[in-house]
Design a protein around this ligand. Structure first.
Ligand code: DAH
Length: 348
């Protein structure tokens, strides 16, 4: 009975090749070869017709049995190989959570911005609104409207970066201070009372040294309203100094001159290091000079759209770099914008 012998031989061969199958691709090939539509077993089903009629039922049962056996074996092999494939994938993906991590490179807030944020916080507590005005500014806003005389030395090309403009156009420059923002804000809001803080970059055509940079920052504070006095200015400065340099910090005003304030003053704070006794930071003076301030000049109020008979105001402009240099004992302003990341990280 060669049909049954051949069938058994096929059953044996297919079982042993199945045992050797080690991955899903090989298993798919095996399926096509033995139990697929045009596989070896199908040829036996078709061959049944050629058998003598009395042999057919027994042979047919035999073929079916072999097919069932092989399909069961196939299903078992498929389950096993899929599980193995998944386990291999998981093993390849394994993460060792005990390995030291890679530290992501995060940036730092620049020291200047740290100071400015603190300044915004402090003035915010006193009701000052933060706003900004252009760095590229009209000459008129930077100088004339702030009551600078036409021959004031600050207008000199030596001190100011002018922007080339076509003939007949108004003169344009990189602002040399944040004070022109005063005129802009007043013109926008007059005759409302104001409490404004204007932080930003300023530019000066200067030899770069340990003490001076071509670009640095200022913040301008401006209050305009009815019955604002020098006492309000001093109270504002006293609050600022205590919040910035610590409780007990004292403030003093020394007479000075600015075209846009009358009277004008330089504001000093008692040295935070020696508390006024005299030390290296304050060069034995006991006081540290912070910046200029004063009562807004009547002409400036008028240029801003306020009637100086009804309104008064105070203003000031300080440098955050200077504040930071004094606070941290930094003796070279060029470190701020020299691009050395270690400086930024050091204060990060
Ligand atoms: N604009 C001045 C400067 O750059 C600083 C200043 C002084 C601003 C007195 C003011 C002020 O608002 O009242 O040196």
């Amino acid at each position: 009975m060669t049909f049954i012998d051949d069938l058994n031989a096929l059953a044996q061969e297919s079982e042993s090749t199945l045992a050797a199958v080690s991955d899903l691709d090989a298993l798919a090939e095996w399926k096509i070869r033995y139990i697929g539509k045009s596989g070896a077993l199908t040829r036996f089903s078709r061959g049944l017709g050629a058998l003598p009629a009395e042999q057919r039922p027994a042979a047919g049962r035999e073929v079916n049995q072999v097919r069932e056996g092989l399909e069961t074996a196939f299903a078992a092999a498929e389950t096993r190989l899929k599980a193995a494939a998944q386990a291999a994938e998981l093993a390849a993906d394994q993460i060792d959570v005990t390995m030291p991590g890679r530290t992501p490179a995060v940036g730092y807030v620049h020291l200047t911005n740290q100071v400015l944020r603190q300044v915004e916080q402090i003035f915010g507590e006193m009701g000052f609104q933060v706003t900004e005005s252009p760095e590229v500014e009209l000459d008129a806003y930077n100088f004339s409207l702030l009551n600078f005389a036409d021959d004031h030395p600050a207008r000199d090309m030596q001190d100011t970066f002018y922007v080339e403009t076509p003939a007949g156009m108004p003169s344009v420059l990189l602002r040399t201070h944040t004070s022109p923002g005063q005129i802009r804000v007043m013109r926008e809001r007059a005759p409302e009372p104001l409490r404004i803080l204007l932080p930003g970059k300023v530019y000066r055509n200067e030899q770069v040294t340990v003490r001076s940079e071509m670009m640095f920052h200022q913040f301008e504070f401006l209050a305009v309203g009815h019955h604002i006095t020098m006492g309000d200015l001093k109270g504002t400065l006293a609050y600022f100094a205590e919040r910035m340099y610590g409780p007990g910090t004292r403030v003093r005003l020394r007479p000075s001159f600015f075209p846009f304030t009358e009277p004008s003053a330089e504001m000093d704070v008692s040295c935070f290091l020696c508390k006024g006794a005299g030390c290296r930071i304050c060069k034995q003076a006991g006081w540290l000079e912070i910046g200029g301030c004063g009562m807004v000049h009547p002409t400036v109020l008028r240029n801003g759209g306020y009637d100086p008979n009804l309104f008064s105001g105070f203003a000031g402009g300080f440098g955050p770099e200077r504040i930071a240099m004094l606070k941290y004992g930094i003796n070279d302003i060029r470190l701020f914008y020299g691009g050395d990341a270690r400086f930024v990280e050091m204060f990060g």
